[in-house]
Design a protein. Structure first.
Length: 216
């Protein structure tokens, strides 16, 4: 089974970790959780979790923003920079999208209303950019997703491309054109592996195996 890094914060509970482990395993991917560097793993999966420290994008912490997990922010940023430098596949989920944008030079909106709906499988549609990697994977112009976040990408890093948005303009997917596979989504596909969301993990596996398209 092909191996990928799956970092978490020290305080991440086991039940939150398990959904990512199961989703990756279902796609034939073995997660490795305690890595300080990527070494010989084939790629990186950035999972959901606490808010990214606003100091990383030049802002003070707002009242609704979590107490920062600076150790996790630092580790995941270092792993992401290594993955990008080596052109290893990267798949980001929720916080993973936000970290990707910040690490590449973008910012976040520290609080938005109407997107934290933790227990519903289907909350709102997203519009998917034609010709994007996400469009090729899901084979759809519109797709209904869950929504479990209260922050969102703000100013988008210049190297990244927005490939899905919600009806109110919130960024729902980012890609890094020219890289083998760098895709991040704002929703939680690991919670809906009985839907087309499973294709996202399958596409990640294909990229890890070198069988997918050279670039999104």
């Amino acid at each position: 089974m092909i191996r990928v890094a799956l970092p978490f914060g020290i305080g991440t509970p086991e039940n939150k970790r398990d959904s990512y482990r199961r989703a990756l395993a279902a796609a034939g991917i073995e997660p490795v959780e305690d890595l300080a560097a990527l070494g010989d793993v084939a790629g990186l999966c950035l999972a959901g979790g606490t808010d990214v420290d606003p100091a990383r994008y030049g802002e003070a912490r707002g009242a609704a923003t979590d107490e920062p997990d600076r150790a996790r922010d630092g580790l995941e940023t270092a792993l992401l920079e290594e993955a990008l430098a080596r052109d290893l596949p990267v798949f980001g989920i929720c916080r993973g999208l936000q970290l990707l944008n910040v690490a590449c030079g973008g910012t976040l909106v520290q609080h938005i209303d109407g997107h934290r709906v933790p227990k519903q499988r289907e909350v709102h549609a997203v519009r998917i950019a034609p010709g994007s990697g996400l469009h090729r994977i899901l084979e759809a112009d519109e797709y209904v997703v869950n929504s479990r976040h209260h922050q969102a990408a703000g100013r988008i890093a210049s190297e990244l491309r927005v490939t899905a948005t919600s009806p109110d303009g919130v960024v729902e997917a980012l890609e890094f054109p020219g890289k083998r596979f760098v895709l991040a989504v704002q929703w939680h596909p690991e919670a809906r592996m009985d839907t087309a969301d499973a294709r996202l993990f399958e596409a990640f596996r294909e990229a890890l195996n070198g069988a997918g398209p050279k670039s999104l």
